[in-house]
Design a protein around this ligand. Structure first.
Ligand code: HEM
Length: 373
């Protein structure tokens, strides 16, 4: 499909097929009232519903409105199909404070992320009151969405940080082929997929019995900006590269044998009695068997933000995962990786954020309405 509905039981952009491009933005809400925040979310929902349907952000469009007012759409997506545009909203811990009378509405699962051992976070790339994830197969459409939502928020919310991504690093449906990340490895092989309804219900969607009724049908998003030291990686032997992930670089098969979709066998040993998949490999440390069955839905993107002053590519992976309960799913996996992952020598975690992603809105309502009841 080239369009996904904005309104519905769940927000699009989670289990809908991962598109090729991302523009992700984190906003801080200005000093406005509770009613003004509600108005902002209404305005955003209205524009998001229009844009995902392939329409202009406002009813007049880029060239049809009053001549003496700024157009209600900036225009750069005017002739472009939406490319499967999805716009997904999330609320950060800092939104749930006394400013808006929302302190008692903070979802119990919306924890403050702990400090992970290998984090080297840059404060300007952390947190945010509200996030908007715009994904499309066309980068200009994704950027247009964030630009117009920022424009609509003028005076009410301010961009805190944002990230462009290209080349999805996961598959979220069975029909999609597995893409590759900037280390050159297939990424997304063992991801949760939309067709696995049972797995998605167990690991992705919040339920009313989880402690926060208004979040039922929603999820929790964790984003991590992970810089790769590409230049060092590119001088590393193929043997070491495969050892780090526990998979082959070509096919993406586990080093214990089989094809891409064969389950890894962590018990298999080689001639020296050492396991064929290293105990400190990324796949061993992230695997559900290492975490009592915990799984996450990954939906990240590659990024290259130009280069740094030393002439190195400022590149890496903008990791995004959705889960029902970050504390029992994302946190233990990230802790294991932060402590022991062989990959750590080649990556640096520089950005981090967590957001409660509310359920989808009905067409007569707006995103997040449930937290104002
Ligand atoms: C699997 C790469 C960060 C969680 C994989 C695989 C690759 C990979 C190549 C194997 C193929 C697959 O099943 O998708 C990377 C890279 C990262 C990164 C390059 C950062 C630069 C993370 C982070 C987490 C994570 C931050 C979570 C905290 C997982 C999980 C699996 C996985 C859960 C599946 C393990 C399994 O069930 O076999 N990753 N990853 N990854 N990764 Fe990552």
């Amino acid at each position: 499909a080239s369009t996904y509905p904005f309104f519905g039981e769940h927000q699009s952009g989670i289990i809908t097929p991962a598109q090729d491009r991302l523009h992700f933005a984190a906003f801080d809400v200005n000093d406005i009232s509770r009613d003004e925040l509600i108005e902002l979310l209404r305005d955003w929902s209205y524009a998001a519903a229009r844009m995902t349907a392939g329409q202009a952000a406002g009813e007049y469009g880029p060239a049809g409105g009053p001549y003496d007012a700024p157009p209600d759409d900036t225009g750069e997506a005017l002739d472009l199909p939406p490319g499967g545009l999805t716009i997904t909203f999330g609320f950060g811990p800092s939104l749930f404070d006394d400013r808006f009378g929302l302190a008692s509405k903070r979802p119990t699962a919306l924890i403050d992320l702990p400090k992970f051992p290998s984090d080297a976070l840059l404060p300007e790339l952390v947190g945010g009151d509200i996030c908007i994830q715009a994904c499309s197969d066309d980068p200009q459409v994704a950027v247009h969405a964030i630009r117009n939502l920022s424009r609509i928020a003028f005076g009410r919310a301010t961009l805190r940080w944002s990230q462009l991504g290209f080349g999805r690093t996961s598959s979220t449906t069975q029909a999609q082929t597995t893409p590759r990340n900037l280390f050159g490895f297939k990424d997304g092989t063992a991801n949760l997929r939309a067709e696995d309804t049972e797995g998605v219900n167990e690991h992705v969607w919040a339920a009313s019995g989880d402690g926060t009724a208004w979040m039922a049908g929603g999820s929790y998003l964790v984003s991590r900006k992970i810089r790769m030291t590409i230049e060092t990686w590119d001088r590393t032997s193929l043997r070491e590269q495969e050892t780090i992930f526990g998979r082959t670089k070509g096919e993406g098969a586990p080093l214990s044998g089989g094809g891409e979709f064969t389950d890894p066998d962590f018990e298999q040993t080689g001639r020296d009695d050492a396991p064929l998949i290293d105990d400190a490999s990324h796949v061993k440390l992230a695997h559900p068997d290492t975490h009592g069955g915990a799984q996450i839905l990954r939906r990240g993107y590659n990024f290259v933000d130009g280069n740094d002053e030393l002439g190195r590519l400022n590149a890496g992976l903008f990791f995004i995962s959705f889960q029902r309960d970050p504390e029992t799913q994302f946190v233990p996996i990230q802790l294991a990786l932060s402590r022991n992952d062989l990959m750590n020598e080649y990556v640096r975690y520089v950005g981090s954020a967590i957001f409660a992603v509310p359920p989808g809105a009905s067409s007569s309502s707006f995103i997040g309405a449930g937290m104002f009841d």
